[in-house]
Design a protein around this ligand. Structure first.
Ligand code: MSP
Length: 518
């Protein structure tokens, strides 16, 4: 396994339960799901965590607006994130909620460690706070709009002046150690542009961070001073180690720490790449190995926002276009790490082009001739020619390439290489014209179909993490037993003569529903 440690711990951000899930949430978790599935198939001992961030002022306000007690409110909204796991066919090993008792224990234990290390002191906070971002801002990071309201420049969220007693974390003392950590761990932040952004932020100097609030109460109480509740981000970030049993490092799940990857959106990189490693180092816990910050989706060119009423509901997308086409599109359309625009026309284009025409058609062409003309059995593999070997070699090299691309979270590139082989295979069918060989050279026809079916097998094994349901259907049609769907069996070629079930189309074309006549 190329010297890779056998455990693989991947996490999503935990989602605020102030509102129901949207496409941004679905996207972050999808990326993690593909990695978790890939690593499992690749023989790694995977732990994949997602969950909900249930404390803080933002959630408390949303609960009040819904006229529910915070716990009842979070129980309800948190469920909609669990429902999304089913809708999107995610495969998390656990779903954590910050209102769980074990999480309070872990957060308070981390707090105690920070106090013991001398990194927390009592003071008074006076400055700007954005409830929507749950973040503090210095004046220079805000601006006053034409409506006279002050907003955070980065997010556009309104800020309010806060003055209250507060505990502080001595972040200012950590700048050098953080820079040194980034230097020694060049893979810690990706992509490169985000790494540069974080480094220049830290080089600009760090201020001590307010880590407790007294003006509301929905959160984890500060140990020994219950007037204060912990800053929601300190509590939220801790979820990643709560899951592994912190502070009980004898917990069997502790083997997964440090996490291999925290997947996050670009808006929350500072929390994960500056605050979190500083908290952990201060507490004597190893920081995570890597944080990848992906970009943001817009909707047909427009920023997604509740006030514009253009929030994309992942459930509606899946209902309209099908689950696997949506999973494929989200990871294929945009180079992972960049921002992307969700255009339904582009989605339909990929669904009909890449899935129905290219991949679906390849499977259909091959499997239907095999069913009709070769008695529904894996064809007999005869002498392999140079063109056959060229296609087979390309398919054989896919595992190494896809593995390397996914180590960099380059989902789009992994899909591109898979679809290059699909395109090669389609060209090969056209050039070899197996239907025409039936009369002239049936043995050659059989070999051509074997080469194609074998190519489909390899591509489909690697498509499993992206499109688990559709890939399973194709592998069923190739009669691949469950135990041979893992990458350890990647080189276990199709056995001639194996009986195959009747083929069925897997990727139907999407036809625009007819508009009502006016
Ligand atoms: N609760 C914090 C995370 C705490 S992790 C210790 C939080 N939650 S969130 O619900 O607001 O956002 C979660 C994720 O959704 C973020 O990674 C964010 O980048 C992502 N997205 C929100 N809107 C998005 C788009 N329009 N496009 C892509 N992802 C977006 O932040």
């Amino acid at each position: 396994m190329s010297g890779r440690s056998s455990t693989y711990y991947v996490t999503t951000p935990i989602y605020y339960v102030n509102d129901v899930p949207h496409i941004g949430h679905a996207y972050t978790t999808l990326a993690c799901d593909v990695l978790a599935r890939f690593m499992r198939l690749d023989g790694r001992d995977v732990h994949f965590l997602t969950g909900t961030d249930e404390h803080g002022q933002k959630v408390e306000k949303a609960a009040a607006a819904a006229r529910l007690a915070p716990q009842a409110f979070t129980d309800k909204v948190s469920q909609s994130f669990r429902d999304l796991v089913e809708t999107m066919n995610y495969s998390p090993d656990n779903f954590i909620r910050t209102t769980e008792q074990r999480h309070h224990v872990a957060s308070q234990a981390l707090w105690d460690k920070l106090v013991a290390a001398g990194d927390i002191y009592l003071g008074k906070y006076a400055g700007w706070y954005s409830v929507r971002d749950e973040a503090y801002f210095v004046e220079g990071e805000t601006e006053v709009g034409p409506d006279n309201k002050r907003r955070a420049t980065a997010s556009g969220a309104e800020v309010e002046w806060v003055e209250e007693p507060s505990y502080f974390f001595r972040l200012s003392a950590w700048a050098e150690r953080l820079l040194d950590f980034y230097e020694r761990n060049p893979r810690f932040i990706a992509p490169e542009s985000r790494r540069n952004e974080v480094i220049s932020f830290v080089k600009g100097g760090l201020q001590d961070l307010s880590v407790s609030r007294t003006s509301f109460s929905w959160g984890v109480p500060v140990p020994g001073d219950a007037k204060h509740i912990m800053y929601v981000w300190l509590d939220a970030l801790t979820n990643y180690i709560t899951e592994c049993g912190y502070p009980d490092t004898a917990n069997p799940l502790w083997k997964y720490w440090p996490a291999d990857l925290h997947m996050v959106g670009k808006d929350i990189i500072r929390f994960h790449c500056v605050f979190w490693p500083a908290f952990l180092m201060a507490a004597g816990v190893a920081p995570p190995k890597r944080v990848f910050a992906h970009g943001w989706w817009t909707n047909e060119g427009q920023k997604i926002s509740k006030s514009l009423g253009n929030v994309i509901d992942p459930v509606e997308l899946v209902r309209t276009y099908g689950l696997d086409p949506v999973r494929y599109f989200l990871l294929r359309e945009v180079p992972f790490g960049n921002d992307g625009d969700l255009q339904r026309r582009a989605l339909v284009g990929r669904l009909n082009g890449d899935l129905a025409n290219a991949y679906g058609n390849l499977c259909q062409r091959v499997l239907s001739i095999v069913a009709k003309n070769l008695g529904g059995k894996v064809p007999l593999k005869g002498a392999i020619t140079e063109v056959d070997a060229a296609l087979l070699d390309r398919a054989r090299s896919l595992l190494t390439t896809v593995r390397a691309e996914l180590d960099e979270q380059a989902f789009h590139r992994a899909l591109i290489v898979l679809w290059e082989v699909i395109a090669d295979a389609n060209r090969y069918v056209d050039a070899q014209a197996p239907w025409a060989l039936a009369k002239t050279d049936p043995a050659r026809r059989d070999t051509v179909l074997w080469v194609l079916a074998e190519t489909v097998r390899r591509v489909t094994l690697l498509a499993q993490p992206f499109m688990p349901g559709s890939a399973a259907k194709i592998l069923d049609q190739l009669a691949i037993p469950g135990e041979d769907r893992v990458f350890a069996s990647f080189d276990k070629e199709l056995v001639s003569g194996t009986a195959l079930p009747a083929p069925q189309g897997v990727f139907p074309r999407y036809v625009e529903p007819a508009k009502a006549a006016s």
